[in-house]
Design a protein around this ligand. Structure first.
Ligand code: NAD
Length: 491
């Protein structure tokens, strides 16, 4: 059983998709594990006029699966209260304060409050302002603000958003969610890098040849089309998740495994990102859209809510450099997209060849450390070993370092881990403002070049791993993608 937490959650956007699919099930897990028990309550707010009973029913349904006991779900749902709330109406915050005070007393919460903004970022400033002006923040406990992506759509808008929140909440009480940072295998990067001298000593530009990061999705834009059309793969995936992974892979070893030391090194890595000129963008970045599939699936521009002449990219691949002492010169190839051959998140660290092959005509394979984040957690290392037998020959062998078998370990959902971190006040796995700012600076240079120049936007076949141009990007450096649609490098 975990250490019990006392907290009142106020969820803005309590009727939304994120709340139902991720937040309520995660809170329920924390409840079942004993982190939340008697001393917690949740106020869901949104515009709809729901009653507490109806809301509790929605929560019960959201947390019920084959393993859920009805008693647990009922008991949990009793901690939930609903308030119909228009975020622009000051009067509604007065009602909210009274409800919050009543629940704080009823559940002996001691003034700890978490404000979860699960709604459009354009409301964040208004909500933060009202939480302060209407005294919904307390002075006898903590007050933490949890916010969702997207954090702006470029550096300028992100700055505005940050200022509108920062006026009322100090940086150390703002928790910007990047749910990739809550994933088990992403958190494993630090363990592998800094817990093993073998990798720690080789983790630099003297031994690493290139790094490849792939975040591929098999689905198209589906019901998020409206939002996606305004964002595209670069803003939706690269600015946040991919650059966060880049920072975890390239940061220097922190002085200690603590929030402030890790943060300092991540910021340093992102600050060292090489920001491209328009000519460099054209050379180092590829964007594309998915076309119609032979199986009859619609192409991106034929999807509902998407303009016929849309220039929004559903795929991006690029070569990134972190110009730090340890990583300058190492190409970091990134790619992400929709309607690709397989849904996976993986990282391949390709090491340099031995300085001299003494085995004559025997070919040496590359040493590759692969971290698979999804669909199943795996880490393996490709090595050269002798072929068994009379003669001397070599073969490439994969050493399994870790395989998270389905059901063998219960892997907590990213949101569950992150919400517990917020309850404990640990911001290690959240994105600091400076990280956001450096990431936007890098992304803005690419976006501006795409918007202002005639840089092509090719189509790629649904079910492929993107356009030919993404393969050419690596071929020019004499490299190739380790993961392809034909070969997932597992055999
Ligand atoms: P949603 O559209 O399903 O829900 C939005 C919520 O905001 C609803 O509860 C709605 O009633 C409420 N709302 C809208 N206008 C309001 C107003 N004026 N006053 C009060 N309430 C109002 O959206 P969602 O998918 O739950 O996403 C919420 C946020 O989380 C967005 O910023 C989104 O980008 C982000 N996000 C969502 C996901 C996801 O998987 N759904 C993933 C990552 C980030």
């Amino acid at each position: 059983m975990g250490t019990r937490q006392q907290a009142l959650f106020i969820i803005f956007g309590g009727t939304g998709d994120l709340a139902k699919r991720k937040l309520y099930p995660s809170l329920f897990e924390l409840y079942k594990k004993g982190f939340l028990k008697e001393n917690f309550a949740v106020i869901g707010t949104a515009r709809r006029p729901w009653t507490d009973e109806y809301f509790q029913d929605v929560v019960r349904k959201a947390v019920t699966d084959a393993d859920t006991s009805k008693e647990d779900a009922d008991e949990f749902a009793q901690h939930f209260y609903y308030q119909s709330h228009n975020v622009n109406d000051t009067e509604h915050y007065v009602t909210l304060r009274k409800l919050a005070q009543r629940l704080d007393q009823k559940y002996s919460i001691g003034g700890n409050r978490l404000f979860y903004l699960a709604m459009s970022p354009r409301f964040f400033g208004t909500i933060a302002e009202h939480l302060k002006s209407q005294n919904i923040v307390t002075d006898n406990g903590y007050n933490r603000l949890i916010i969702e992506k997207p954090f702006g759509h470029d550096l300028a808008s992100a700055k505005d958003l940050n200022n509108s929140i920062g006026r009322y909440f100090a940086e150390d009480s703002v928790f910007r969610i990047d749910h990739y940072l809550g994933k088990e295998m992403i958190q494993n990067i630090a363990a592998v890098r800094f817990g093993n001298n073998l990798f720690r000593s080789l983790w630099n530009n003297r031994y690493i040849d290139n790094i490849q990061i792939t975040l591929s999705e098999a689905l198209g834009v589906e019901e998020r089309a409206g939002y996606y059309e305004t964002a595209g793969a670069l803003r939706d995936m690269v600015q946040n998740h991919i650059l966060q992974i880049v920072s975890l892979l390239t940061m220097n070893m922190p002085a200690s495994f603590t929030e402030s030391d890790i943060r300092r090194e991540k910021i340093y890595a992102l600050k060292a990102l090489q920001v491209y000129s328009p000519e460099q963008v054209e050379k180092n970045f590829v964007r594309a859209q998915y076309g119609e599939s032979s199986a009859g699936l619609k192409g991106y521009r034929q999807e509902e809510q998407i303009a016929d002449d849309s220039k929004t990219e559903t795929f991006v691949a690029g070569k990134v450099f972190v110009n730090s002492e340890n990583f300058s010169g190492v190409p970091i190839y990134i790619r992400t997209g929709k309607r690709l051959s397989k849904k996976t998140t993986r990282i391949d660290i390709v090491f340099k060849d031995v300085p001299k092959n003494i085995f004559g005509s025997e070919r040496l394979g590359k040493n590759i450390l692969t971290i698979i984040v999804e669909p199943k957690g795996e880490i393996y290392l490709q090595m050269n070993v002798k072929k068994i037998g009379q003669n001397f020959g070599l073969k490439v062998q994969k050493l399994d370092l870790l395989q998270v078998e389905d059901n063998s370990v219960q892997i907590p959902e990213a949101y569950e881990k992150l919400i517990l971190d917020v309850l404990r006040g640990d911001a290690t796995n959240f994105t600091h403002w400076e990280e956001v700012a450096y990431s936007w600076k890098f992304v803005d240079a690419i976006r501006n070049a795409w918007d202002n120049q005639q840089i092509p936007l090719p189509e790629y076949a649904s079910g492929s791993m993107g356009p030919q141009e993404a393969d050419d990007l690596l071929a020019r450096d004499d490299h190739h993608w380790i993961f392809t649609s034909e070969n997932d490098n597992r055999d």
